[in-house]
Design a protein around this ligand. Structure first.
Ligand code: ADP
Ligand code: MG
Length: 253
């Protein structure tokens, strides 16, 4: 579980994240949604410690990460898997080598153990046959799956994905979403996914946090989100006029 308490972050006097508090539960895919530029990536970077906050607390299973010393931070980082926007694979390494990389960096595994773990993680993303391929030989969806396999290879307790569906077609996006949800449940990770894709929200949004005007504007689930009477959230959901009409039809039926 990750508890975020009253995080504030400004850049050059401009509030990007204002008094943000939220709890992200273990074994769940927690979504952060909001328009482009609303501060989603900044928030995630604050939670991971890649960006320093002005004030606030981030508790990883009860421990305030922001008060950790360098050694403690390093230990926590080993328990975090990250899938960042445009997060690239190493082109000169095979798929298997890409996945072995964090294991070589962060664990004491022998090369044989690293290979076994890499192959296990590849099987989890349905790419058992792809270990010897190079990234240039993969489709966009396959690359994403390799990146997920690499993120989960060190068996992280926490998984962060920033727009994992960007650049993917809707069908592949759904597969990636389901994969993230499945491995989150299977490995009981605390997962936070940033997205602006309503398909993802409806598919895997067990918990959804909407960011607007630099604040947490709404919090709920995919079961409740369509019933919201929050104006800004409605605007976000029904950017498509077609969807709005469909919704009105349903309401009036
Ligand atoms: N390092 C930085 N320095 C100054 N401004 C930044 C920095 N990083 C992000 N911002 C600003 O913060 C705002 C939110 O950015 P971001 O979190 O990337 O949005 P998004 O919701 O699209 O992920 C944007 O206006 C962006 O320009
Ligand atoms: Mg972003």
């Amino acid at each position: 579980m990750i508890e975020v308490k009253n995080i504030n972050k400004t850049f050059g006097g401009r509030h990007i994240t204002q008094n943000f508090s939220c709890t992200f539960e273990k074994g769940k895919t927690n979504l952060i949604i909001g328009e482009s530029g609303s501060g989603k990536t900044v928030l995630l970077k604050c939670i991971v410690g890649l960006t320093e906050v002005d004030s606030g607390e981030v508790l990883y299973d009860g421990q305030n990460f922001l008060k950790f010393n360098a050694k403690e931070k390093q230990n926590l980082r080993k328990e975090i898997g990250m899938l960042f926007q445009g997060g690239a694979l190493f082109d000169s390494k095979t798929v298997e080598e890409n996945i072995m990389f964090p294991l070589a960096m962060f664990t004491d595994m022998t090369e044989k153990e690293q290979k076994e773990r890499a192959d296990f993680c590849l099987s989890k993303v349905n790419l058992s046959q792809a270990g010897d391929l190079y990234p240039s030989e993969l489709s966009g969806g396959m690359k994403k799956r390799v990146a997920i396999a690499r993120a989960i290879a060190p068996n992280p307790k926490y998984l962060f994905c920033d727009e994992p569906n960007s650049g993917l077609d809707p069908k592949t996006s759904i597969l990636i979403d389901k994969l993230i949800k499945d491995i989150t449940e299977e490995f009981q990770m605390t997962t936070i996914v940033i997205t602006h894709d309503m398909n993802s929200v409806m598919e895997i949004g067990e918990k959804v946090v909407f960011i607007c005007k630099n604040q947490k504007w709404w919090e709920g689930t995919n079961q409740t989100i369509l019933d919201t009477d929050n104006k800004e959230l409605q605007d976000f959901i029904y950017v498509s006029k077609f969807l709005k009409e469909l919704k009105d039809k349903k309401t009036n039926a």
